[in-house]
Design a protein around this ligand. Structure first.
Ligand SMILES: [Zn+2]
Length: 475
């Protein structure tokens, strides 16, 4: 009897496996849809999600809900595409300590879940990944993930003795030939992009990647049909790299005001200001972070991070300006004089946008002081502060980023794309800070825990405060 039951169960299981999978459909109804393409918001809309993809989007009056579908009524709510953060680093931190030894699959996935909680459904990692990222990316792309998607630059190119990378991970190159070899190696691993660093930490490092090396890297990458994005700081470097055919910048120019020559070069060559990392620049100049008690922030960081950020030591370091970063052979002037850099970054962003240079959105979050997910919302606010409309800021972080990446499966709410969605209680077009009013996050149609349901590395009861509790003070 027992045997018979077992056989029957096995037969049933086999039959289920052989039968065509039944489509799983969820309808999001009565929402205002901001589709990420820049098209005006559409109130009274419905989105049909089937097996993780957007099957249909349109007015409620034309909705034909498939039989057997589940409906979620989003009356009064706003739906926009999940954010794409175009410049991050993952898996390298334990609280406020950065070290290559922390990088493993579990730590990377913890970051990817944090990004997802904040509505950041895709991230582009800027050249500091270990090879396990290829396994993680493969699994994310094979199914319907419940954490942020990943685009990787593998191990980006750092010049010998120069700036950049993750200490102990990136193998520096010293010649154009070595640069070509390094690019070919990364291409063979299957990277999405090639990243390089050209900087000297405001003159504190005696060497900087020579133009012959950047040129070799760019040429080799293009042979492999890979785009190159560069960490730049100086206007002159941005110009030369644009002439050499670099595809995008991972930061905005910060030493001086961008000029017409750079603007003309970028527009002629189609070079993107992919990530501008405005929110990266501002954190350095803050002795006390204004969001240190904000539950939108505190829910997403570890208790160790909170303790360090609230410590008098940190405040003193910010005021005095010099700190020693483990692994760096010099003292890093992180804080004291960064205020001017923020202003320069903002002015340059405004100038490039006004001139019509193509821009995306990216934060450089991950390293100490720049917080996964949280910074994406700060970045959007800073884009608006720099003169963009909320609609333009949203577009930069969604369809524009997808366009530069060349990925047609994400970045907007259109039929055929992945259902990577951010559901908001309040209108982000009325106030960009309303992107924090996160009611739900979907990745490939999977509802994942939002930041308001998160309490990183603590029991959930240890975190209090939600969007509706903010009173009259905007978060
Ligand atoms: Zn970076």
């Amino acid at each position: 009897m027992r045997n018979l039951e077992f056989t029957a169960a096995a037969l049933l299981a086999a039959a289920l496996m052989a039968a065509p999978a039944v489509a799983e459909t969820t309808v999001l109804s009565n929402a205002t849809v901001i589709d990420g393409t820049g098209k005006p918001a559409a109130p009274g809309s419905a989105i049909v999600m089937t097996d993780g993809k957007i099957a249909w989007v349109g007015p409620m009056a034309q909705l034909a809900a498939p039989k057997g579908s589940k409906t979620v009524n989003l009356k009064g709510k706003f739906v926009m595409p999940g954010l794409i953060d175009g410049h991050v680093h993952v898996g390298m931190m334990k609280d406020v300590t950065q070290d290559v030894k922390f990088y493993d699959r579990a730590n990377v996935e913890a970051d990817l879940k944090t990004y997802a909680a904040y509505g950041v459904t895709s991230v582009v990692v800027a050249g500091t990944d270990k090879d396990v990222i290829f396994d993680i990316r493969k699994d994310l792309r094979a199914g319907r993930p419940s954490m942020a998607r990943v685009y990787t630059s593998g191990q980006g190119l750092v010049f010998k003795g120069g700036y950049g990378g993750l200490f102990g991970l990136n193998v520096p190159v010293g010649t154009p030939d070595e640069a070509r070899k390094a690019v070919a190696e990364q291409a063979a691993k299957g990277v999405d992009l090639i990243k390089l660093w050209i900087d000297d930490e405001r003159g504190m490092i005696p060497v900087k990647m020579p133009y012959a090396v950047t040129k070799a890297a760019i040429d080799e990458a293009h042979k492999h049909k890979l785009k190159v994005w560069a960490h730049v700081y100086y206007l002159d470097d941005a110009k030369e790299l644009t002439r050499q055919g670099v595809d995008a910048f991972a930061h905005i120019v910060r030493d001086k005001l961008v000029d017409q020559e750079l603007i003309d070069l970028m527009k002629t060559k189609g070079t993107w200001q992919f990530a501008s990392t405005l929110s990266r620049e501002i954190v350095y100049s803050m002795a006390v972070m204004p969001w240190i008690q904000d539950p939108f922030f505190t829910r997403g960081v570890t208790p160790g991070t909170l303790a360090a950020l609230r410590s008098p030591e940190r405040e003193k370091n910010v005021m005095l300006g010099y700190i020693r970063v483990p692994g760096l052979p010099y003292e890093k002037r992180l804080f004291g004089d960064m205020g001017r850099t923020v202003v320069q970054a903002m002015d340059n962003y405004t100038a490039l946008v006004k001139a019509g240079v193509q821009t995306g959105m990216g934060t450089d979050s991950g390293p100490n002081g720049r917080f996964p997910g949280f910074n994406a919302h700060e970045e959007l606010s800073m884009e608006v502060m720099a003169g963009r409309t909320p609609m333009e800021a949203i577009k930069s972080a969604t369809s524009d980023n997808a366009r530069w990446l060349g990925d047609t499966t994400v970045g907007s709410i259109e039929a055929g794309k992945w259902a990577d969605l951010l559901v908001l209680d309040d209108d982000p077009l009325a106030d960009i800070r309303n992107t924090k009013s996160i009611s739900a996050v979907y990745i490939a149609g999977n509802s994942v825990p939002t930041i308001w349901q998160t309490c990183r590395e603590r029991p959930s009861t240890a975190c209090t405060g939600g969007w509706k509790d903010r009173g009259t003070t905007p978060y």
